[in-house]
Ligand binder design. Structure first.
Ligand code: NAD
Length: 679
């Protein structure tokens, strides 16, 4: 087998080139080739300096993830990099594309780093539940200081070359089209000088002079890193770089790395990494299915969802025509969209010009005729079958043939909606989540007649607008809301049996959700769908509405809210629930947190199993993608199905039985045969 590494002599400079498409991942052959090349350079008196660069679209973009979990084959990356750094001849990293993870660590082990202006550098290991494992956490702070290193190691987002130069991670920016020649010239300018080694740097003393900077940084990231092990380990590693000699710091990094590597969080996050990519594939839709060009989009309804949906396309530069029933609703909808954009601009995440650009692509209308030339129309009107059918019949009459008609329905039967048209093959569900301009998930609902090109187009489009898509079959609530209903059922039942509603919420918060079911109710509004008759009380929600407890919108729902929207459990609500339970003749008892957690989550897993059995989801990991992106299921558990695999399906079955809850045959059989949902 030929090595992916080759060398070229340019007089006294040896250029080492990696050619390992697609992203020059640092697999075994690359590591071995690099080490050999460095040894060749050190042993050859005619070589005075070394440049390392990559062919193809990028510098080394990371480890070879397919080697994870397999027995390591040497040389290891740390060993290769130590050999590189130990050279007394200057070694220069010449970077284009993205120097990520192990690739960034290669650059750090070089004595100098030059890059083209379009390059990016980063240490994204935290995103897989890990920290850098080839001394990145030790070399980087010594080179750029702890303060500059922390966001890179803990946040995991790459930074552009210009920023990297500003913090001292890069020595020079070179010509976009003359990387190799400029790097060789740079290398020559360093010949004969003592080489600077990142491992010997002292920039990390900033963290020794001001040790509080680590706690300040941790506090500033508290919300983002809550529950995640890796970011905390990353902070610890960077701190160690200031406290320990280099070799001991590397040892500390290794210990932290190994602990993460063998833990459940990293396994879960690696699962998610592949799950997101898999979700984009529809098994029976060929890869080369021709796409329908989407140049203009229509949205019906400018309410909560319609406005947010429209913003996705405007932000991606796709013109949108939005239709309402009346001028005031139309004006209100467009006004909310503008305000949302302006708020983003106020936070500095958009320029005033970009706001105008986006809003300039919006055409509000009251006339269906204006939708005639749309390539895709998404309906987001009231959740009512008759209204939806009427809208689809109208659309079918005016919108050009070959255009896609999509519904944002949360629960309704997309196949039935499709019967209102003469083009059921072009009807599909595009289920966005609120707020639709922000939430990542797009549940694509595949009707029984939905065409392949329609599905392929919608999946591709989801990427254009920055969403993560997963496909669901047609069933009430699809994947996400169908499972949510099971959780909500148990939440309601638990408070009728005597559990405190804030404890139910807290159990989910402790598990890692951003909020619990009763907080969610308060946020969405308890009066959604309320009949507005305070004398008619058949549910706890109706009892709360009767007392004008509508949720966050009027400062009181299940909780009382202060100005800053902090919640406090309410004695009034506790009494309302107790009264209601008494009237229903429900006995009250103490309910443990374990029981609450099991009763909320295990029935979801059971429902997920049924969804799989019925073929409503293509694969268990799609369900994980839905729950992580649409409902805040904590990423570090890998989603409901992976989490169930982790704790053991027999544990789930035993828990359901203990609580007298149904167990699907599919789940039971998997548990009994020791199988998992995700192989
Ligand atoms: P909404 O009440 O905020 O908005 C609906 C809008 O549609 C209103 O502005 C109304 O004037 C307009 N409308 C009603 N009938 C119309 C018609 N025939 N022609 C044109 N416009 C019409 O409701 P929403 O929360 O945006 O929900 C819309 C759809 O999205 C529903 O199917 C809902 O189930 C679904 N959905 C809602 C959420 C959510 O969290 N709100 C999430 C996902 C999906």
């Amino acid at each position: 087998m030929t090595s992916p590494i080759r060398t070229q002599r340019h007089d006294d400079v040896l250029v080492v080139i990696s050619d390992n498409p697609p992203v020059n991942a640092l697999g075994q052959a690359v590591r071995a080739g690099l080490k050999d090349a460095i040894e060749e350079a050190i042993g050859d008196d005619a070589v005075k300096a070394v440049v390392i660069r990559c062919d193809g679209r990028t510098f080394f973009a990371g480890a070879d993830i397919t080697e994870f979990g397999k027995p390591p084959v040497g040389p290891s990356l740390p060993e290769t990099l130590d050999a590189m750094e130990a050279s007394d001849k200057p070694v220069i990293a010449a970077i284009h594309g993205t120097a990520l993870g192990g690739g960034c660590e290669v650059a750090l082990a070089c004595h100098y780093r030059v890059a083209v202006p379009s390059a990016k550098l980063g240490l994204p290991e935290v995103k897989l539940g890990l920290i850098p494992g080839a001394a990145g956490t030790q070399r980087l702070p010594r080179l750029v200081g702890a303060e500059a290193a922390l966001p890179l190691v803990v946040g995991g987002n790459p930074i552009p070359a210009k920023k990297a130069k500003a913090i001292g991670l890069l020595d020079e920016l070179v010509g976009e089209d003359s990387l190799e020649a400029d790097a060789i010239a740079f290398a020559r300018s360093k010949i004969g000088q003592p080489v600077p080694r990142a491992s010997e740097g002292n920039a990390n003393e900033d963290g020794v002079r001001d040790p509080d900077l680590f706690d300040r940084f941790r506090a500033s990231q508290a919300r983002r890193i809550r529950g995640f092990d890796a970011p905390n380990a990353a902070i610890e590693a960077v701190k160690a770089a200031g406290e320990l000699p280099y070799a001991e710091g590397v040892q500390k990094e290794r210990e932290l790395f190994m602990k993460l590597m063998s833990g459940t969080q990293s396994a879960a996050m690696r699962h998610y990494f592949f799950a997101e990519r898999a979700a984009n594939k529809i098994d029976d839709v060929p890869k080369d299915t021709p796409l329908i060009p989407i140049k203009k989009v229509g949205v019906i309804g400018a309410g909560t969802m319609g406005g947010g949906i429209a913003m996705n396309f405007l932000s991606a530069g796709i013109p949108v025509t939005i239709l309402e029933m009346a001028q005031d609703a139309l004006d209100r909808g467009a006004g909310v969209m503008r305000k949302n954009y302006e708020n983003t601009a106020k936070k500095g995440r958009m320029t005033a010009e970009q706001v105008e650009q986006a809003m300039g692509l919006l055409t509000p209308t009251l006339s269906y005729g204006d939708l005639a030339d749309c390539d895709l129309v998404i309906e987001a009107v009231y959740e009512n079958m008759d209204v939806k059918k009427e809208v689809f019949a109208k659309l079918d009459g005016v919108v050009k043939q070959g255009a896609i008609l999509a519904s944002n329905t949360s629960y309704l039967d997309v196949d039935e909606i499709a019967t209102a048209t003469k083009r059921p093959g072009y009807v599909v569900g595009m289920h966005f989540f609120s707020p639709a301009n922000i939430m990542k998930l797009l549940e694509v609902v595949r009707g029984k007649e939905t065409r392949h090109d329609v599905l392929a187009t919608v999946m591709k489009l989801s990427k254009t607008i920055g969403k993560v898509a997963a496909v669901s079959g047609v069933c009430p609530g699809f994947i996400g809301n169908r499972m949510l209903s099971k959780r909500q059922e148990q939440a309601n039942e638990l408070i009728m049996e005597g559990a405190n509603y804030w404890e139910v919420d807290d159990v989910l918060l402790e598990f890692g959700f951003p909020m619990g079911p009763f907080q969610m109710g308060d946020l969405a509004g308890i009066d959604i769908g309320w009949h507005r008759d305070p004398t008619k009380v058949t549910t706890i929600r109706e009892a709360l509405c009767a007392k004008e407890r509508f949720g966050q919108k009027n400062g009181k729902g299940f909780y009382d809210y202060d100005e800053a929207r902090n919640r406090t459990p309410s004695d009034e609500v506790k009494a309302i629930i107790a009264d209601f339970a008494a009237k229903e003749g429900r006995e009250q008892r103490e309910i443990s947190k374990d029981e609450i957690r099991e009763r909320l989550l295990y029935p979801m897993v059971n429902e997920g199993a049924k969804i799989l059995e019925e073929g409503m989801a293509q694969r268990a990991s799609d369900i994980d993608v839905v729950w992580i992106n649409g409902y805040g299921w904590p990423l570090y558990t890998g989603g409901p199905m992976f989490w169930a695999d982790t704790i053991g399906l027999d544990t789930v079955v035993a828990g359901l039985e203990r609580h007298g809850l149904p167990v699907s045959e599919f789940l039971r059989e998997k548990a009994e045969t020791g199988k998992r949902f995700n192989q």
